[in-house]
Design a protein around this ligand. Structure first.
Ligand SMILES: Nc1ncnc2c1ncn2[C@@H]1O[C@H](COP(=O)(O)OP(=O)(O)OP(=O)(O)O)[C@@H](O)[C@H]1O
Ligand SMILES: [Mg+2]
Length: 393
């Protein structure tokens, strides 16, 4: 087979569609296709004896045609896969074609190669199977690229996980400091003010009493804000009960603050910590925007599981905005909440989308790739939550 060439005149006639094909010419033509192929093309008898071996097979397996023809196909099959030979031959004898499948073969030098192999029966005119053709392609390189990609994906996720863990630890540290120090001092100051106000009242000093009442109200407000900050920094409920439960709390709180109705629809379930934390922090930013900018009556949060993806969408019916204008306005550099959200989700291999128009609300949606089935949890059921509070004046 090696070096078989179609005669130049024959080829030219075929190309021009001129002249009749001689049987020998046709065979020559086909042999040239086999010979020139980059794939390894081998034929074998029904007992596995190698009958032909093209240059592609020489390159792939390292055996020359002279070495290989007449020997058993087992010479290129690794020890632990020898039983594949009989299974394949059985199917070929029945006339089955074995579509491209990946397997491992052994080169003459003992090195293993990953190949994609198609095996087809070769039939004589009356339909009987007399041999098999085997076409193999080296996919080791593709496999290596896929493995490198998978490793780099894993590496990226582990860097992200480390980053998020460090952020969470830092948040947790600040929350603890606020709780153990700042809030305690504030509470002690409130008590001290109460005592001072009592003394002022006893002395009938209404000016001091009023001034203290004003200072107390301000300090109380500051304490309340610090407590909320503590919650935002360390949402224990996220780790204990999952994303839907934590978003429900956040949505209820936001709704109460702006006098809106919040609705959370959960069709998801529980996922790994990195995924839940990233989605939670992204939703937190979108909800902070609703609180600060939207003036909405209704806030809807949806958690949806799509094949391979976990998606969260936060929608409000507030004043909306022009997405392009906002990006181009002069102070855009100082407002990067949404941009950071989109970027962080992208770094994690996901995608995010902000849709808004002046006067017709805003929808921020983002999705992360997930592989595992969601773990069962009591929060995985669809349970809309409503929270309504009077609007602040
Ligand atoms: N839900 C919303 N409703 C109305 N306007 C919004 C909404 N979300 C964002 N915007 C508009 O888009 C702008 C950009 O939002 P972005 O979150 O990037 O910045 P920011 O909230 O102003 O500042 P920060 O950097 O603190 O988040 C906001 O200033 C606001 O004008
Ligand atoms: Mg923002």
């Amino acid at each position: 087979m090696n070096g078989v060439r179609v005669k130049r005149g024959e080829r030219a006639r075929r190309v021009r569609g001129l002249g009749r094909w001689s049987r020998a010419g046709e065979l020559n033509w086909l042999a040239a296709i086999v010979s020139d192929s980059q794939d390894a093309i081998v034929s074998k008898s029904l007992d596995g004896t190698i009958l032909s071996w093209n240059p592609g097979a020489e390159r792939l397996y390292g055996f020359s045609a002279k070495d290989a023809i007449g020997r058993h196909i087992a010479i290129i099959v690794p020890e632990d896969r020898q039983d594949e030979i009989e299974t394949i031959l059985d199917r070929i004898r029945r006339g089955d074609k074995i579509e491209a499948h990946e397997t491992v073969r052994r080169r003459k030098d003992g090195e293993l190669v990953l190949v994609s192999v198609t095996v087809s029966p070769i039939c004589v005119p009356d339909g009987g199977v007399v041999a098999a053709s085997v076409i193999a392609r080296d996919v080791t390189r593709r496999f290596e690229i896929e493995r490198a990609l998978a490793e780099s994906e894993q590496h990226r996720r582990s860097i992200l996980a480390g980053m998020l863990r460090a952020e969470e630890e830092e948040r947790s540290r600040i929350a603890t400091a606020l709780h153990d120090d700042t809030v305690q001092v504030m509470t002690a100051s409130l008590l001290a003010m109460d005592r001072a106000a009592l003394v002022a009242r006893r002395h009938g000093d209404t000016r001091v009493e009023d001034a203290l009442a004003y200072a107390r109200a301000t300090l109380e407000e500051a304490t309340e804000r610090t407590r909320r900050l503590m919650f935002e920094l360390r949402p224990a409920v996220l780790h204990e009960h999952g994303l839907a439960a934590a978003l429900r709390l956040l949505a209820d709180q936001t709704a109460r603050e702006v006098g809106a109705t919040a609705r959370v629809e959960d069709h998801a379930g529980r996922y790994d910590t990195v995924t839940e934390e990233l989605l939670y922090r992204s939703a937190q930013e979108a909800l902070a925007n609703v609180r600060r900018h939207a003036g909405a009556d209704t806030i809807t949060i949806e958690l949806n599981r799509r094949p391979g993806w976990l998606e969260v969408a936060i929608e409000d019916d507030g004043r909306g905005f022009d997405v392009v204008d906002v990006r181009n306005r002069p102070d855009a550099a100082f407002h990067f909440g949404l941009e950071t959200l989109v970027e962080r989700v992208r770094v994690a291999g996901g995608h995010a989308h902000v849709a808004s128009n002046p006067g017709s609300g805003t929808r921020v949606s983002f999705a992360l790739p997930v592989t595992d089935e969601p773990a069962a949890s009591p929060e995985s059921t669809s349970r809309p939550t409503e929270a309504r509070a009077p609007r602040r004046s």
